[in-house]
Design a protein around this ligand. Structure first.
Ligand code: FMN
Length: 358
């Protein structure tokens, strides 16, 4: 389903070490530092990007890279970035089983008040035994995770809605009696869910504004987007879609393909294997990725070629109905500047991107 809206640009930020490739080739090991994240955020804002999304991780995936092993916590990260920026929207990524919704309602309202309502929430239901086992928390079965996430988001929305106070909620997951959380955000924050499975889509359709997805190929996107819209229609709701492409461009397509081959040649097989073992059970998000595609960009959509090729691929992404792309880069600072010079002018000429201030 093609969208008449323009494509919004965002960055899937390097708040974790080793983003975005599970590889030892051409890694910028210290991109995760806050100062780097702030420079990238300010540059993205200057270029008219609309969104910053972080990754939430509590430990890495071992191997030689310990992929994502160092990470900045995303609510505190968002607080600092929201104060450093003026117009870009900054999301936190929050593991539902680790935060009580009353606590999260206050964290979110605080971030909204600090930022003129530019904060948003990306919920993740959790999947890594390595992380949850470390904390002594048992991961629920796949569909049950999303039942809990649905309850979590429902509670948040109600705590943030003056018409719903005081809130009584009694479910298997939470007991809230005469619940209140003040202050409330002046505007309801945007809420995204990261995940693709039918369970994820059903929950997103009922409660969320954004479906943040992985897409293994451009060809797979129209069906994904259509399924998100069809699910949302059952609740008379609209859900927007975002993906996280990995643009890798060089002067010639073969140079770009060679660079992709080098990333894969140096993949960290142990970390990739650890990741796949955990995420496999019941997941829909990465089912159609090969191990090499995962290693290349951590489950992002690889866009490979010249600048013109990448611009054309982004045009096809837009045509598929995707509303926003949270871009990842090999070297975020260097490549965001190259993106501004090499690719953004092409996208503007195609009239497919929205780089106006929100
Ligand atoms: C775009 C995207 C971003 C994600 N970000 C995170 C994250 O930051 N932390 C995390 O633990 N899981 C993350 N996930 C994992 C999902 O939340 C989910 O647990 C996993 O994709 C399995 O979902 P599914 O089986 O419902 O498709 C992400 C998934 C996608 C598709």
């Amino acid at each position: 389903m093609a969208s008449s809206e323009k494509l919004q640009l965002g960055v899937f930020m390097p708040n974790c070490s080793n983003m975005p490739s599970i590889s030892t080739h051409a890694v910028v090991a210290d991109q995760w530092h806050y100062e780097n994240n702030e420079r990238i955020a300010l540059l993205a804002e200057r270029l008219g990007f609309r969104y910053l999304f972080p990754v939430s991780r509590w430990r890495g995936f071992g191997g030689t890279t310990n992929f994502l092993g160092i990470s900045l916590e995303t609510n505190t990260w968002a607080a600092a970035l929201l104060r450093a920026t003026r117009s870009i929207r900054v999301f936190s990524t929050v593991h539902v089983p680790l935060f009580h919704p009353v606590v999260m309602a206050k964290i979110g309202a605080t971030l909204a008040h600090m930022s003129g309502d530019r904060w948003g929430l990306n919920v993740v239901s959790g999947w890594s035994e390595r992380e949850f086992g470390m904390m002594g928390i048992t991961l629920a079965e796949h569909s049950r995770r999303y039942e809990r996430t649905g309850a979590f988001v429902d509670i948040l929305r109600k705590l943030w809605d003056p018409g719903q106070a005081p809130l009584d909620h009694h479910s298997e997951w939470y007991t809230i009696t005469a619940g209140v959380s003040l202050p409330r955000p002046a505007r309801m924050p945007e809420i995204a869910n990261a995940g693709v499975s039918a369970d994820a889509r059903a929950m997103t359709a009922e409660y969320c504004d954004w479906s943040f997805m992985s897409g293994a190929s451009i060809e797979a996107l129209p069906a994904l987007v259509n399924s998100v819209h069809a699910d949302a229609e059952r609740f008379q709701r609209k859900v927007r879609t975002a993906i996280f492409p990995f643009p890798l461009w060089r002067d010639s397509a073969s140079q770009a393909e060679d660079e992709l081959a080098r990333i894969i040649e140096h993949k960290d097989a142990e970390a990739t294997g650890n990741w796949l073992r955990d995420i496999g059970a019941g997941s829909g998000s990465f089912d159609t990725f090969t191990e090499n595609m995962l290693a290349a960009s951590g489950g992002g959509l690889n866009l490979i070629g010249t600048a013109e090729d990448v611009a054309e691929q982004l045009q096809a992404v837009h045509r598929s109905g995707v509303n926003a792309v949270m871009l990842t880069f090999q070297d975020y600072e260097r490549d965001l500047q190259r993106f501004a010079t090499d690719i953004l002018p092409l996208l503007k000429r195609m009239q497919i991107v929205d780089t106006s201030e929100a």
